[in-house]
Design a protein around this ligand. Structure first.
Ligand SMILES: Nc1nc2c(ncn2[C@@H]2O[C@H](COP(=O)(O)OP(=O)(O)OP(=O)(O)O)[C@@H](O)[C@H]2O)c(=O)[nH]1
Ligand SMILES: [Mg+2]
Length: 1124
């Protein structure tokens, strides 16, 4: 039975002050969905007996089967306290790391969150992650410590032990909050400092910087979780109970006669009560006394559990009567103690009351939106609020007011699109008729009946009864003939046209200001939309219909077609949604891909993008089982892309359709969705494509048997050395230091390139700043094109200097002198973690100064061809020589760059012919060109370059000169790499495993089998749980979670998050060269070489040549032990 109908919800939606938009966040399996069940059952949507078992918010079949939540979904609940009625829009979110993007979509549209922590497991990695997300979104948290029953039943703690354990958990989580808070305060302070330095002397000279905004002065007491503040409750969601100390303070103030306020302050903490004197004392005055929390609260709960578990009927009855509860006969007689506990506790300490009353009192309503949050939402990138146009700044007031008057601008944020079966849509569901509708229909039928009677006297009586009967049972079919033409137009809609159109997309959204009305026209703003653009293009006071607007980039206009109330698995139709509410919007499928800002005024900026914590890393190629079904697959993948906030869909150069997902579980879900919902075809899936990076290192100091290289003589040179292996062709000079000098095929230019490994720290800095590098690149390219760009924002400029400073700090020493100033480009894709340095005397071009740095005549001559060099570098860094994977951490130094005079003037036909004959290596040149063509998809620059120089193209039989330069540069880089010790880099996961001591050994066994490395092992205080932190190559991670779970009988389950790239120490090209190595590894060195294995697997996948030896005379098999 549903207690509150839709009408009640509609009414509650209007009272903004009593709306709470909240989400439940936690580590995986800490009990979010179970808690949500309890809250939902309080509204009668599900029965209280099923609460915790049903997991109502887990509506997908695979969620139920796997027992984990995979998406966030919302439900609206009603809660009454005293005279106030509240509307709670509750969003349940997943805790599994693979779905952390769903958490981001939830926090954006909430004002507060419930952080759930398992009382046994305590603070876990995802707890930290979600707390951080809540912070980043500026939403206020409250804490629920769940699964208290496990402390009693599983860990068998005494109440005193439980108290210290809970205190510990609180300390941990507060420490976390503390670090978030301090870093934020310090950041703000730093910001203010720089601002004050920037404008120290304003015109009036009276702007004094307030130095008092230090940590010590900021009131942070509200931020921390503590039971006396009322922002912590203790629950057991599975047993249906929960309490905050306020509940007990109220009860005991009546019972003992101590003021409630006093109890509120002392129930948690080291206070004890002197019953005789009715006084509360500090614990240190009397050792051995139990704290109030233990004596007055926990002991009661413990004794209840004790009685029920021991089936002490008498004691149970005593407790039940003393609490004044009424337990149903069925529950009282039930043999399962859980049922009894649930029946008693859920009446005594109803969990929904404890949690919802905390939510209503402690979490803000949409009206309490802080100005800080509004500014953050409106300012993308490095913009500051003050730099926005005035019209845009004016919208801040609308956000804060959250007004529902007609003049208020409508602002809606869509945080994700989710797919539902069209059958679930309210307009397609047969709805029970209301009394009035029945009456109307009866009346209409009667009229028709009368008309028919009048028309055809004879047959009328039978027909009319049939007609009337049909109307009552299936009114839909009769309607078109009725007298309501508007209804007729609605009814054909539900009929699905095709199989694949069975999914409808609903936008998961929130109204931030104004009323969202069905049929209203509204702007859809893409993430790159800029209100400045609009204000420039469209005359002020534009009042024509929206359709007549001149086209503005990243903006579209659409109509709000259907509005829905999100009720977990159900949707309810709404006509309008007042501000501050969470809602579903239908009909945006063609306008919104994943998220968007909808607004009725064009001065609104798009909201800042959602910040996703997980990086999509696991990629597979998919193809239909039957090739003819390709179009369905393509369509299905498009739909999947829209329905999932985090998945990426790519079509690779090879024509493969690739799915990039956050992890194994996410991949499985995406494939299921593709098969069953979106494509509805059989698909075959490749083995996961594991990304690698290629790099170079310094020459090793020891050989593979740990002998120092250099001191021992290379007595037995069994194999040829590596330099010979990489086969540098003739005509290319290599000096002892690895400098490659190579001419273009027509010999008009010669390039000298050297590759040097970058320090690890520098690579990290480059990776962290890739966004900044991209914006620097955009800026330079727009300057190059002579476009009138806005001046760089002060903050961006500062960031650039800071970035440069960091690089300088780490690139010190003779080798790196002036390197930072000479950086010419980053690569691949102009923003990657490799750099091109130009040491050429004649031509200086640096990313810091832009092209106009030092413009001499000589320089301009070189500049024309500079782009080709950069393109060659981009291509070289995009795919390395080992297995065509991108490079990482390599610095290419262009030491010299000689340009023949005729290259500048343009070679005549004759000349070039001559050159061609001279070159004598035409084959090689042409071949390189071909390869270059293949690579162009990934990097569009080369074609642009050629077209730019359309005015004086230098062509000879090798093709345009610029193309030759590109190819030569690429080759030079590749050879420069090959003469250095090359290494593969593997993507690494960090892995957190929680395991009990008895399965620890097995966890280690699995980890070491899969090349994992344990970083840390800690024992969780008060439990026998160990927390293991390890790193594991992504390549070895498939099936890892399953294996761990199986080997430990489900007692340990790992969480894998992408963390970094790591160099695989072994050399993929290694062969034994010294006598020791030969002795140790044997002539064929066929023992495992991890790097070579990976490299060959990638080469095989890409259809590249794999050098594999066929064993002709296998050495005798022997076991190691026999060998000893
Ligand atoms: N003992 C005990 N078990 C609980 C309690 N609450 C939940 N559980 C169990 O914990 C497991 C996970 O519960 P869920 O509610 O699915 O956890 P969740 O946080 O929603 O998990 P994800 O959505 O996958 O992150 C289930 O087996 C629940 O029965 C509790 O209070 N006590
Ligand atoms: Mg869940």
């Amino acid at each position: 039975m549903v207690l509150n109908g839709i009408d009640k919800m509609i009414q509650l939606q209007k009272n903004t002050a009593n709306i709470r938009n909240i989400c439940v966040l936690a580590h995986v399996d800490h009990g979010k969905t179970t808690l949500a069940d309890c809250l939902i059952s309080s509204n009668g949507i599900i029965s209280s007996r099923l609460a915790g078992k049903l997991r109502y918010m887990d509506s997908r079949e695979d969620e139920q089967v796997r027992g984990i939540t995979m998406k966030s979904s919302a439900i609206s609940l009603h809660y009454a306290e005293g005279n106030e009625e509240y509307l709670i829009n509750l969003i349940d979110s997943p805790g599994h790391v693979d779905f952390s993007s769903e958490v981001s979509t939830a926090v954006r549209i909430c004002d507060g969150c419930i952080i759930v922590v398992d009382a046994v497991e305590g603070v876990c990695p995802q707890t930290q992650a979600v707390l951080r997300q809540a912070w980043l979104e500026n939403i206020r948290p409250v804490l629920v410590i769940n699964k208290i029953d496990r402390l009693i039943v599983e860990l068998k703690f005494t109440p005193q032990e439980a108290y210290s354990h809970l205190k510990n958990i609180l300390e941990q989580i507060n420490a976390l909050t503390g670090t978030l808070f301090t870093s934020k305060v310090l950041e703000e302070r730093a910001e203010r400092e720089t601002e004050s330095q920037l404008k120290p002397q304003s015109e009036q000279g009276d702007q004094v910087y307030d130095w008092s905004t230090g940590l010590e002065d900021v009131d942070d007491s509200q931020l921390y979780f503590s039971p006396e503040q009322g922002n912590v409750v203790f629950t057991s969601a599975i047993d249906g109970w929960g309490f905050g100390i306020e509940h007990f303070a109220r009860i005991y103030s009546q019972k003992i006669g101590i003021k409630k306020e006093v109890l509120l302050k002392t129930l948690w903490g080291d206070y004890y009560i002197n019953m005789k004197a009715k006084k509360i004392m500090k614990a240190d005055q009397a050792k051995g006394k139990k704290p109030l929390f233990v004596q007055l609260i926990l002991e009661n709960i413990w004794s209840l559990y004790d009685a029920v578990l021991k089936k002490d009927k008498e004691k149970i009855d005593k407790i039940v009567t003393s609490l004044g509860l009424k337990i149903g006969a069925r529950e009282a007689r039930h043999s399962d103690p859980k049922v009894q506990v649930n029946a008693i506790c859920s009446q005594w300490l109803p969990i929904s009351h404890a949690v919802l009353s905390m939510v209503c009192q402690k979490l803000p309503s949409p009206l309490d939106m802080t100005s800080e949050r509004v500014e953050k939402l409106m300012c993308t990138g490095s913009q500051t609020f003050e730099s926005l146009p005035l019209e845009t700044q004016a919208l801040k007031a609308a956000f804060m007011k959250c007004g529902s008057e007609d003049t208020a601008p409508v602002i809606i944020f869509v945080s994700k699109m989710f797919a539902v079966d069209v059958k679930v849509l309210p307009q397609n569901k047969p709805r029970p008729l209301t009394q009035e509708e029945m009456a109307q229909r009866r009346e209409r039928a009667r009229q028709r009946h009368a008309e028919k009677l009048a028309a055809a006297q004879g047959q009328a009586p039978q027909a009319s009864t049939q007609d009337g009967g049909a109307l009552e049972t299936s009114p839909q079919r009769e309607e078109p003939r009725g007298d309501e033409p508007d209804m007729t137009s609605v009814s054909p809609q539900p009929v699905p046209q095709e199989d694949s159109s069975q999914e409808a997309f609903i936008a998961f959204a929130r109204v931030f200001s104004g009323i969202a009305r069905r049929g209203k026209k509204i702007f859809v703003l893409g993430p790159k939309y800029s209100p400045v653009d609009f204000l420039q293009r469209v005359p002020l006071g534009f009042s024509a219909p929206l359709e007549d607007l001149p086209p503005v980039p990243h903006m579209a206009c659409c109509t709000l077609e259907n509005l829905y109330l999100l009720m977990g698995r159900e949707l309810e139709d709404l006509e309008e949604v007042p501000p501050g509410n969470v809602l579903g919007i239908g009909g945006l499928q063609d306008f919104v891909l994943k998220s968007a800002t909808l607004c009725s005024v064009p001065s609104c900026p798009p909201f800042i993008p959602l910040n996703f914590e997980a990086t999509p890393i696991v990629r597979v190629a998919v193809e239909p089982k039957h090739p003819s079904e390709m179009p369905q697959l393509v369509k299905g993948m498009k739909l999947l892309n829209q329905a999932d906030p985090c998945v990426q869909i790519l079509i690779q150069e090879t024509g493969e359709h690739v799915l990039v997902t956050a992890g194994e579980v996410h991949l499985q879900r995406c494939l299921d969705d593709l098969r069953e919902r979106f494509a509805k075809i059989h698909i075959s899936v490749s083995e996961p494509i594991i990304p690698f990076r290629e790099t170079i290192t310094k020459p090793p100091k020891v050989d593979m048997v740990n002998e120092e290289i250099g001191r021992q003589q290379k007595v037995a040179v069994i194999h040829q050395t590596k330099e010979e292996q990489s086969k540098i062709p003739e005509g290319i000079q290599v000096d002892s230091d690895g400098l490659i000098t190579i001419p273009t095929p027509n010999k008009l230019a010669t390039l000298s390139v050297r590759a040097i490994p970058l320090p690890e720290e520098v690579t990290r800095i480059l990776e962290e700043n890739s966004d900044l590098i991209r914006s620097m690149e955009l800026l330079t390219s727009s300057l190059n094109e002579g476009r009138n760009t806005q001046a760089i924002h002060q903050k961006t400029q500062e960031k650039i200097w800071e970035f440069k400073g960091k690089l300088e700090q780490h690139l010190t020493g003779r080798k790196w002198r002036n390197t930072v100033d000479q950086i010419w480009s980053f690569g691949p894709r102009k923003c990657g973690p490799n750099i091109l340095v130009s040491r050429s005397e004649d031509f200086q071009n640096s990313v810091w100064s832009g092209p106009a740095g030092r413009e001499s005549k000589e320089a301009s001559r070189f500049r024309d061809f500079g782009n080709s060099i950069v393109s060659g570098f981009q291509l070289a860094t995009l795919s390395g020589p080992m297995c065509e994977e991108p490079l990482m951490g390599v610095c290419f130094v262009l030491e010299k760059w000689e340009l023949n005079k005729c290259a500048e003037q343009g070679a005549s036909d004759k000349q070039s012919q001559g050159q061609c004959d001279l070159a004598g290596e035409g084959q090689g040149g042409c071949h390189i060109e071909d390869e270059n063509q293949e690579q162009q998809d990934g990097c569009p620059e080369p074609s642009e370059v050629t077209s730019q120089k359309g005015d004086s193209p230098i062509t000879d039989c090798y093709g345009p000169f610029s193309g030759q330069l590109i190819a030569t540069m690429k080759e030079a880089c590749r050879y420069a790499l090959q003469v250095k010790p090359q290494r593969l880099m593997a993507a690494m996961y960090t892995c957190d495993i929680m395991a009990t001591s008895d399965v620890l050994g097995r966890v280690y066994a699995v980890l070491s089998k899969r090349e994992g490395r344990v970083l840390q092992e800690e024992m969780k205080e008060g439990t026998d749980m160990f927390i293991i932190k390890a790193v594991l190559p992504v390549a070895e991670s498939f099936g890892f979670a399953d294996e761990i779970r199986k080997r430990t009988s489900g007692l340990a389950s790992p969480q894998l998050v992408f963390s970094h790239w790591e160099v695989i120490p072994s050399d993929p090209f290694w062969v034994p060269t010294t006598e020791e190595e030969y002795l140790h590894f044997g002539e064929k060195a066929d023992s495992e070489n991890q790097a070579r294995k990976y490299m060959n697997a990638v080469r095989k996948r890409k259809g590249l040549y794999v050098e594999e030896k066929i064993v002709e005379h296998a050495e005798k098999q022997r076991t190691l032990s026999k060998n000893k």
